[in-house]
Design a protein around this ligand. Structure first.
Ligand SMILES: NC(=O)c1ccc[n+]([C@@H]2O[C@H](COP(=O)([O-])OP(=O)(O)OC[C@H]3O[C@@H](n4cnc5c(N)ncnc54)[C@H](OP(=O)(O)O)[C@@H]3O)[C@@H](O)[C@H]2O)c1
Length: 326
């Protein structure tokens, strides 16, 4: 049986639990497409599976998205054929070959490189679907984007600017804030001085000090309480991640103080059908094509350097997207 390299875990924990194993190359089942991977995107969610924050059945092959060339297609697949370049999301993408269902794959548009395609799908769709559906950002809205120099953050900043929002960006260093500014952020706030300080600074950038229409927060535990303070009456708190840990249990009565809306979205709930996935993927590629969205790849790591990639992402030393060369 032919085998391939795969990054797996057989127990949860720190980066020491990452293993490079050999597993069988799968055959495409009906409705599936077998892709020979070229690149895999590194996402914070991969670290949650590794650490055990999001429980999975073990052993587990990590990775959530990638790009490559179609090797073979299963019965019933008509839209795709071997040799075509594709981008996809799906569990187990830190591998050399992956089987993907038709509803999670898209042809790579002309002019987009394989590494760029692997760098944009999940973070791009996450940012776009949240700006469209979690809180529909309108021209003139003032919004706050936390960890704005991160992979998802930089896409959020650029797309929010394309939609006409005034963007307040937070990050933990002056260098990161400069990157957010280069991508269009209007106001910059270093949140490493503590909640009292960043809350005051953010409110200072809002009309009448009343707060923002919406906050997009992938940091989680460390910033959630501050989010409730900087969001204006009838505003929206979109809590979409746990980079600093999961948000503590919360009494919903507290939302009544300002009639706030609180959302905890997951991308896969917005692109669950083929129609939704195609719609948002095409819109995302459109922003790349018209230049309103620029890619920012922090570094391309060899698959064997997965430990370093996870250390860098969790160690807050990166801006933009981390990619693995498979
Ligand atoms: N809900 C969904 O469907 C969905 C989909 C994609 C991503 N996400 C979430 O979006 C967030 C960003 O993901 P990403 O892959 O784009 O990562 P990323 O933003 O590139 O990296 C995470 C950033 O979070 C900030 N951070 C704040 N406190 C931290 C801490 N204690 N430890 C580590 N980082 C900390 C850091 O920026 P500073 O140094 O500037 O603070 C860091 O660079 C994650 O929470 C992820 O789970 C959610």
């Amino acid at each position: 049986m032919s085998t391939q390299k795969a990054i797996q875990i057989s127990k949860t924990g720190g980066t020491e639990v990452l293993e490079i194993n050999r597993i069988p190359i799968p055959k495409p089942q009906p409705g599936q497409i077998l892709v020979k991977a070229a690149y895999a995107g590194v996402n914070f969610i991969d670290t949650y599976f590794r650490s055990g924050l999001y429980p999975v059945q073990l052993p587990f092959t990590l990775g959530s998205e990638g790009s490559g060339t179609i090797e073979a297609v299963g019965e019933g697949v008509t839209k795709y054929k071997p040799g075509e370049q594709v981008v996809y999301y799906g569990s187990g993408a830190y591998t050399e070959y992956i089987n993907v269902p038709e509803k999670a794959i898209s042809h790579i548009p002309e002019g987009l490189r394989l590494e760029d395609a692997a760098a944009i799908l999940i973070q791009g769709l996450t940012a776009l679907t949240m700006l469209r559906e979690s809180y529909e950002v309108k021209k003139g809205d003032t919004i706050l984007i936390h960890a704005a120099a991160g992979g998802t953050g930089l896409v959020l900043v650029q797309l929010a600017k394309a939609l006409g929002a005034i963007v307040i960006a937070t990050a933990s260093s002056a260098e990161k804030l400069e990157v957010a500014k280069q991508h269009g952020a209007d106001h910059l706030v270093n949140y490493s001085g503590g909640e009292d300080e960043w809350v005051k600074e953010v409110l200072g950038y809002t009309k009448g000090g009343e707060g923002v229409e919406a906050v997009f927060d992938g940091v989680g535990k460390a910033t959630f309480e501050g989010d409730l303070k900087i969001t204006k009456r009838k505003g929206s708190v979109i809590s979409f991640g746990n980079a600093s840990g999961a948000v503590e249990p919360f009494k919903i009565n507290r939302l009544g103080d300002k009639n706030l809306k609180l959302l905890r979205p997951r991308l896969f709930g917005y692109v669950a059908t083929q129609e939704e996935f195609d719609h948002y993927t095409q819109e995302l590629f459109g922003y790349l094509k018209n230049g309103q969205l620029k890619l920012n790849i922090h570094k391309i790591y060899p698959l064997e350097d997965i430990v370093q990639a996870h250390k860098d992402l969790e160690g807050r030393v990166t801006t933009g997207k981390l990619v693995l060369k498979v």
